[in-house]
Design a protein around this ligand. Structure first.
Ligand SMILES: Nc1ncnc2c1ncn2[C@@H]1O[C@H](COP(=O)(O)OP(=O)(O)OP(=O)(O)O)[C@@H](O)[C@H]1O
Length: 314
């Protein structure tokens, strides 16, 4: 089995004079969940379309399951495109069955699996309803089920969470996990960092048409400066003591009336250094709380335009 379900090698695409994707390379490792992240217009959808052969790259190449993509290899892929919409006059079950048939499933098997999926994802009652009679979120779920009906080895979902309510976002997260546990490789794009943080083994981050990060979620989190909150008597002034460790600010007062100070640690200092300094100085701490970094902070840090940062500093 190939190490990668998908390898994208130095692909570029320019629309008119505007480069949308600039020499991007990454891989979706077999058996892993990879998040494809980036702000609006970063080039995610264009890259996914090139990966699937929907549009041709200007340069670069794509490998599927370790080889040149073929129609047979594409049959092993399930894809949810960014544009939503399926035939509105067909029923939910007919649509899912049709997608199964298009991927080579025998008719009876496709029909049975369609019903099975609809029931498992709480759409059993909607099986024989036309898409136009369903809510937007329900129709989207039908489209997601259409992408997985043939039990693909590799599932690519472009913004699968957008348009779903929080309950259905949870259902989709569980479904993605279930598919991964069953052995599928997953690649999905999203703007919502919480989904990526909960689900992904790895993330690939795009900004301005380029890849700006590719690695494990923990590695992305490691770029976020550590923060520590300390609670002390409101009369205490900690700026001079804590400044050598990072940027110090007052972050409010807690419910017991204690002052909360926040330190964004510089690269050289650890929470332990901070604690030691407080203990050595005889400071009575009511709270010492290293804050857990979130992917959102890593995202902001990694996609911030170096030119903007320089402008801010000037
Ligand atoms: N068919 C097209 N014709 C012209 N420009 C396009 C086309 N498709 C995409 N672009 C441009 O390419 C850039 C990247 O778009 P793309 O849709 O790949 O970004 P994205 O990261 O998926 O964004 P979003 O998160 O908003 O969907 C954008 O500037 C977009 O306007």
């Amino acid at each position: 089995m190939s190490e990668f379900a998908l390898e994208v090698r130095s692909v570029s695409k320019t629309f008119g004079t505007k480069p949308a994707v600039k020499s991007v390379s990454f891989g979706a490792r077999t058996g892993e969940i990879t998040g494809f992240l980036g702000p609006n217009g970063a080039g995610k959808t264009t890259t996914l379309r090139m990966a699937l052969g929907i549009i041709a790259p200007d340069s670069g190449s794509v490998r599927l399951f370790g080889a040149e993509p073929t129609a047979r290899a594409f049959d092993r892929v399930g894809f949810l495109p960014e544009e939503r919409g399926v035939y509105r006059k067909m029923t939910a079950r007919q649509i899912i069955t049709l997608f199964g048939r298009l991927k080579g499933m025998p008719a009876r098997q496709a029909r049975t699996r369609a019903l099975e999926l609809l029931e498992r994802f709480s759409l059993g009652d909607a099986a024989d309803k036309k898409i136009k009679e369903l809510s937007k979120g329900m129709a989207q779920k039908v489209q997601i089920l259409s992408a997985i009906v043939h039990q693909p080895d590799f599932i690519i979902l472009d913004e699968p969470f957008s348009g779903l309510d929080p309950v259905n976002q949870g259902v989709l997260e569980a479904m993605i996990r279930e598919q991964a546990d069953a052995g599928a490789t997953i690649l999905f794009s999203t703007h919502v960092m919480q989904h990526a943080e909960r689900l992904c083994d790895r993330i690939v981050l795009m900004a301005r048409g380029e890849k700006v990060f590719d690695g494990r979620v923990e590695e992305a989190l490691a770029v976020v400066p550590r923060q520590v909150d300390l609670g002390v008597d409101p009369g205490q002034e900690l700026t001079a003591l804590l400044s050598p460790f990072g940027a110090v600010s007052r972050a409010g007062t807690d419910s017991e009336g204690m002052a909360i100070w926040r330190v964004v640690l510089n690269g050289k200092s650890t929470p332990q250094d901070l604690l030691k300094a407080c203990v050595d100085a005889g400071i009575a701490l009511s709270r010492f709380e290293p804050l857990r970094p979130h992917l959102h902070d890593a995202f902001v840090q990694l996609v911030s335009d170096p030119a903007d940062t320089l402008a801010e500093r000037a």
